[in-house]
Design a protein around this ligand. Structure first.
Ligand code: CTP
Length: 154
């Protein structure tokens, strides 16, 4: 497999979990230099109407410490062309949960014009920051999750 030279991925990375780690590892396997954008708290609020539970500087520090990550930046925009103007990557990595979404279909077209592509990486099932937050608040949901996903791993 020919590696990309500069790869880029961005996300919230709230309550850092195995899905985030798998994504960053898979991205780094496919690129020589991995730049990661960590979405600013206000940016997350603008589309989710909820702030992340972990502060921006802490999410940045955690992602920066991951050995697959070469460079990190706080992102104030979701627009991948804004990011391309700054970082001139050849590939955007993103979980396959975004494949086929209107937003990414548009990003694919815009990025192709500057010679960059979107590479969808396998999404890790059964975990997300949203799900973790729900389980913190809801004991029953936590029990069901434990029975379905963790019990068998003991
Ligand atoms: N991701 C993944 N597998 C998961 C969760 C996330 O591959 N189980 C990927 C996403 O596709 C994205 C990156 O990790 O490329 C960062 O996603 P983020 O939105 O921060 O993670 P989530 O846990 O899905 O957050 P939320 O529940 O708030 O959407």
């Amino acid at each position: 497999m020919k590696k990309s030279k500069i790869g880029f991925t961005a996300g919230t990375f709230d309550m850092f979990h195995i899905g985030h780690l798998n994504l960053l590892k898979a991205a780094k396997e496919r690129t020589e230099y991995l730049i990661v954008g960590v979405n600013a708290a206000d940016l997350v609020f603008s589309y989710k109407k909820k702030y992340p539970l972990i502060a921006e500087e802490q999410r940045l520090a955690i992602v920066e410490a991951i050995k697959y990550v070469d460079e990190v930046h706080v992102m104030d925009s979701l627009d991948k062309m804004d990011a391309w103007e700054k970082y001139k990557f050849d590939t955007v990595f993103i979980g396959s949960d975004y494949k086929g979404s209107e937003r990414y279909k548009q990003e694919e077209i815009r990025l192709a014009k500057v010679g960059a592509m979107v590479d969808y990486l396998p999404y890790t099932e059964s975990i997300s920051s949203t799900d973790l937050a729900k389980r913190v608040l809801d004991d029953e949901a936590n029990k069901v999750y434990f029975k379905e996903h963790l019990d068998g791993m003991k």
